[in-house]
Write a protein that binds this ligand. Sequence first.
Ligand code: OMP
Length: 230
Amino acid sequence: MTPAPIAVALDAPDLETAARWAALVTPHVSTVKVGLELYLRYGPDVIASVKGASGVEVFLDLKLHDIPNTVAGAARAVARLRPAILTVHAAGGPAMIRAAVEAAPHTEIAAVTILTSLTETDLDRIGLAGPADAAVRRLAALSVEAGATALVCSPHEVPAVRAEVGDGIRLITPGVRPTGAATQDQARVATPEQALADGADLLVIGRPITGSPDPGAAAAAIAASLRRSV
Ligand SMILES: O=C(O)c1cc(=O)[nH]c(=O)n1[C@@H]1O[C@H](COP(=O)(O)O)[C@@H](O)[C@H]1O
């Protein structure tokens, strides 16, 4: 069976737990995501540990955000690990995004638009002209012009972003919660089925899977539900 288009966020406090989660979920999902918690603690070794023998796609979520020269150096430093995807913040601007794209030619650069944890009130307080879908659309357009071939946004914004950037760009959506699951610190959320129906290409799901007593079964259940919904 083809693995579901899900990136499981391995936000674990230690490598053993992350590797265990990865081994349990990889028969069911296409991708595992390594974020700041694991990478800052264990560094590059974490990639091989979570990949194991499965050959699953690794998404390195470092959300780089700095001046172009610094981001180019950081992207070059991790490019040798050959992650399938690397994130940068779209708010770093077009020159920064382009610097990452040029420094990591074999990795897909995904620009994070507006974090899914932010509400309209947060955007106001930060001073970002909203509403969220307009801000996401604006950041999506500039990111793609700068060479990003993937975008991270909430499922709510997928139709607007798709209309803006067309079909060739991979839309990645965190903020995904199965019906009835707690939203926790996520603000702009939708169910996996809704995100996929709206046109997301890859769903990022962490705690609803990794917080389950049986992460493998939780991943399998969401994957099966997605297959039924298409
Ligand atoms: O870039 C990301 O992956 C990301 C962007 C965003 O806007 N919101 C967001 O939640 N994420 C990540 O997606 C994952 C969501 O995890 P859960 O909330 O546990 O499903 C976390 O690893 C976040 O770091």
